[in-house]
Write a protein that binds this ligand. Sequence first.
Ligand SMILES: [Fe+2]
Length: 234
Amino acid sequence: MIDWHSHILPKMDDGSRDVSESIALLTMQAEQGVDTVIATPHFYANDETVESFLKRRKESFERLQEALLEGMPKIILGAEVRYYRGISRLSELKSLRVEGSKLLLLEMPESKWTEDVVRELVEMSSMSKVRLVLAHIERYFDLQSPAVWNRLYESGIMMQVNASFFDSFSTKRKALSWVKKGKIHFIGSDCHNLTTRKPKIGNAFAAIEKKLGVDYLVALNEYGYSKLGTQIMV
Ligand SMILES: [Fe+2]
């Protein structure tokens, strides 16, 4: 299984503080059935250049790689890119994609989006160099109208939810119905640490399997592998 959203790289952002915490996070992910982790540290264009971000990410990954143990999930580098007006014109957008794919994980503001914002997303969806994935859409789903979501889905934009969406009684039903309707493409733990935001993704996998059957879970996972291209051999 793939964890599509995580902050496991040491000292990259507000996630893992050091290599040993990263190893502990990866161990927990493996115990929950995760074999592939997409590392998605925050990228804020206001704070840092893409070049600096990529350099830091490379160094962080190299430090982690030296300490990886056998049986740990494969790590694929990506980013959680904070949206800003005009991001579609960022020339280095391609280098922020999930490695080996065209997927770009975009973190949207938790507010009602203006027409200009929605239009920019739709425009980005037709760019050949990226395929947009909106991060943890459950956070801002109710803030947008159904018509907006229809436009985004029809544009081919893909959606990620956090595993915590499957946790509480109040949202679990909604989460499962979204999976059933094909509205969710990717699930992530969005784990940051070993205390307040630890990896808890096995629960989401189990809930899908229990309610919708193992075939749903397998299909969702295989869809994910197919998006990662040839770097993953299933
Ligand atoms: Fe995140």
